[in-house]
Design a binder for this molecule. Structure first.
Ligand code: ZN
Length: 302
């Protein structure tokens, strides 16, 4: 449910207490893991400069496994010292995106990850990997398995067992997701893939279904659909958590989350932040809300 991706796209400062309030409410929904923040340089993303404060404040929320995105060793040190027990590393699938995001080529960025892993091992902290623009890059177009392979091989060499494939700018389509996952899971049997779909072009849920068909069970989303990517021009937010939970439950896929509570959290997040990021649930509500039935019931009561 990634508050990190949602918060970081907001230009207007979200007070630390507001961030904490949204996280605390999400902790009551039955969802089990959260990318709570990112330990980037405060100048790069000023909105997340309170990362330490936020993480320290929510340590009592034991329902949630918190993880944080870390771009470098300094970020990893900050994350670990504030109580984070799972780090997520960042790499891009293409040099163009990597240069604009991390000011380094993919290869250069990979070399910088080793010391983060050493540090995490020393502190017994888990590490997962991620690949941004894994399906399509706004600068280079469609991304192929050939481009992902060396990145995944390097992650494997570093002992990374979980990798998030991010459709950072919403360029993936369901057929591509199905085909690529089929091939990648075949080649990288030791890796557990998780998915991070943005809904930029309305395909996030369809892409989720494709990934489910390939056996993937971990998906990122963002409450109220908040978000975007500061380095990806024109990107909109992750699929809204409430839309994803609704779609999965309608298909009989268990998430452990309570949809009504997730929708309540989304409404509260929208109220606190002042807008949502294109959430269908906030607009139309769940499909179990039958309008005709409600009106007929009201007439009977009169
Ligand atoms: Zn994202």
């Amino acid at each position: 449910m990634a508050p990190r991706d949602g918060f970081q796209a907001e230009d207007a400062w979200i007070p630390t207490e507001t961030k904490i309030a949204i996280i605390r409410q999400l902790a009551q929904t039955g969802l089990t893991s959260m990318e709570v923040t990112s330990f980037v340089h405060p100048k790069a993303i000023p909105q997340l400069r309170d990362a330490e404060e936020v993480v320290r404040a929510v340590q009592d929320e034991t329902n949630l496994a918190f993880r944080a995105l870390v771009p470098n060793v300094k970020g990893a040190e900050r994350a670990i010292s504030s109580g984070i027990t799972k780090l997520k590393l960042m790499l891009s699938a293409t040099d163009s995106h990597s240069l604009s995001n991390a000011n380094a080529t993919v290869k250069e960025a990979q070399d910088k990850l080793e010391p983060i892993i050493e540090l995490a091992e020393k502190h017994d902290v888990k590490v997962g990997g991620s690949i941004s623009v894994a399906f399509g890059c706004p600068y280079e177009g469609v991304v192929s398995v050939e481009q992902l392979r060396p990145i995944l091989e390097r992650y494997e060499k570093m002992g990374i067992k979980e990798v998030s494939l991010a459709d950072t700018t919403g360029m993936a389509n369901p057929k591509q997701v199905y085909d690529m996952l089929g091939q990648l899971q075949d080649e990288f049997k030791q890796v557990t893939f998780s998915m991070h779909f943005h809904n930029t072009r309305g395909l996030a849920i369809a892409n989720t279904v494709s990934a489910l068909e390939q056996g993937v069970t971990r998906f990122d989303s963002s409450i109220a659909g908040l978000g975007g990517c500061p380095y990806a021009p024109g990107a909109s937010g992750n699929v809204a958590t409430e839309d994803l939970v609704h779609a999965l439950h309608e298909m009989g896929v268990e998430t452990g989350a309570d949809l009504d509570k997730v929708i309540a959290s989304a409404k509260e997040a929208r109220r606190l932040i002042g807008h949502d990021g294109g959430s269908y649930m906030l607009q139309a509500g769940p499909s179990k809300n039958l309008h005709g039935k409600v009106e007929a019931q009201e007439k009977l009561e009169k």
